[in-house]
Design a protein around this ligand. Structure first.
Ligand code: ATP
Length: 288
């Protein structure tokens, strides 16, 4: 049996610089893995089928799941006659801006490669993956990355400096499609300083990173759901250097230079009842 951890991501920066004719948005994003992860297990079976199970019944286990799509694609590409049993232990908040589905899809590439000894490189995985989801190539590479194009142009950055990260998801569901449609209907007022963020990461400058946290999708989601601003204020009032929304939201994270401040903030947010899903976390840079 093969076991893989699939790590969630946060966005230290998220800019949208244009839109392609096929509808994909052109982005410049700084992606960072955090140590909140799903666990996937893979085992061969002799049915020739993909059998996917999950610990939460709200998660699709059919061809709509990215794990299923990746297994199916690889079984066809490599003419695999055996079947595979995959179990997903989901911990990453769903539809939260943390690339939960994409990271599971990335883990499925690695799990299938190991289980069936497939001669596939990371670069080949990324080429296949971008057709299934724009964030999957990043999830295959992982760590601290600048992601450009529609998500397929990746540049590795140095590791983020040590820090503590509080991640909280309020009890609302936000449609990524709605957020981008709203964004398209407005002029973007201010663009994140993505180049400055890359420099701050290179310089291991945590304060510089926090000063540049910025996400063009935040005004859209935060404008509709005031709980996002409330969580950010609570984190900052309790010791976060800065707090901001990740992806299209609604998940918010705060960055701390001190574990006691992280714990104080955790207690304050927990006490408020604003985030049913709340994690004390750290940046991770998984190697394969
Ligand atoms: P992103 O940050 O890439 O926008 P997200 O965190 O907003 O991702 P996901 O957790 O990936 O969103 O879930 C979005 C939808 O994708 C779910 O509602 C679900 O129907 C579908 N989905 C497909 N595969 C998975 C998976 N492995 N885990 C969870 N949801 C999945």
């Amino acid at each position: 049996m093969i076991t893989r951890k699939a790590y969630a991501k946060i966005n230290l920066g998220l800019d949208v610089t244009g839109k392609r004719e096929d509808g994909y948005h052109i982005v410049r994003m700084i992606m960072q893995n955090v140590d909140i992860y799903d666990t996937l297990t893979f085992e061969k079976n002799d049915s020739g089928m993909i059998k996917l199970t999950a610990n939460k019944d709200t998660i699709p286990t059919d061809e709509h799941n990215l794990i299923y799509k990746v297994c199916d694609l690889l079984m066809k590409k490599y003419d695999i006659k055996d079947g595979v049993d995959v179990h997903l232990e989901k911990r990453i908040p769903v539809a939260a801006g943390m690339a939960g589905g994409s990271t599971d899809g990335a883990a499925a590439f690695y799990g299938m490669k190991e289980l069936f000894d497939l001669p596939i490189t990371k670069e080949e995985m990324c080429e296949l993956a971008v057709k299934l989801g724009a964030d999957i190539p990043y999830c295959i590479m992982g760590g601290t990355m600048l992601s450009e194009g529609i998500g397929e142009v990746l540049t590795a950055l140095s590791d983020m400096p040590d820090c503590y990260i509080l991640v909280g998801k309020p009890a609302i569901d936000v449609s990524t499609g709605w957020v981008y449609t709203e964004l398209d209907s407005k002029e973007i007022e201010s663009h994140p300083d993505i180049d400055g963020m890359c420099d701050a990461i290179k310089a291991c400058d945590l304060k510089g990173i926090c000063d540049r946290l910025s996400n063009v999708l935040e005004p859209v989601t935060k404008g509709k759901y005031e709980v996002i601003g409330k969580i950010e204020a609570l984190m900052e009032d309790n010791g976060a250097i800065r707090s901001i929304m990740t992806g299209s939201g609604p998940t918010v994270f705060g960055i701390y230079d001190d574990e006691d401040k992280l714990k104080a903030s955790y207690e304050a947010v927990k006490e408020s009842g604003l985030c049913p899903e709340l994690f004390m976390s750290k940046p991770v840079n998984p190697k394969d």
